[in-house]
Design a protein around this ligand. Sequence first.
Ligand SMILES: [Cu+2]
Length: 254
Amino acid sequence: MKRQSLPRVFAGVLAGTLVFSALVAVRSVRAGSPASPAAAGVVKGTAKVKGTVPKPVHIDMSQDPKCAQAHAGSGATEDIVADSSGDLQNVVVYISAGLTSDAKYDPPQAPVVLEQKGCTYTPHVVALRANQELKVVNADSTTHNIHPSPNNNREINQSQAPGAPLSMTFAREEISIPVKCNIHPWMRSYFAVFKHPFFAVTGKDGSFEIGNLPPGSYTITAWHEKLGTSFQKITVGDGETKSLEFVFKTEAGS
Ligand SMILES: [Cu+2]
């Protein structure tokens, strides 16, 4: 056996250690959190609607007196919810391309809550993560039925008595799943299910914000149940905040 000098052996061990350390570093970057707080980017902005927005239609809940009573006659459709400036609510804004394909994001422990109150779903559009618990609450004194009709997930068709506990999960990404109640035909909701945490639903002022983004180039898509889908491409640098505006047109106004 050929003898190696001690410094040579030491250099070999040192080189091996360095290679091993580098491999560990690469693995931990891939498996780690998306971005350090200092480097994280933000995409924020507003969704707007232009054109004539149809007025919400009054919902006649007299079919179920408990619903009519709970809502005091003020139920209205939520197909397009916008204020007088055109700020558009209930738009799902999300990253549709650009994320590292092998990145894995565990769902949060805390559930997302959907409430049935006054025979209306609140919120009207629910965004959640794949395999995250969706807690469905029946705050009414009547029985509801919750019936999501997915294309890419397991169909659920479940009745729920007043106050009865009910939870569900969706295993795969799907934007968006229409939801109805078989008992009260006016009840409508949509579930948007994501495999990553980079999404938001616009609020009453049409605003959204997606934070903690790793620097990179992305496609940002905005989805509305009646007004369709649009997308924009952006690049977010280290610690950068980018602003976007999505403008949807009603048929009457286009
Ligand atoms: Cu119902």
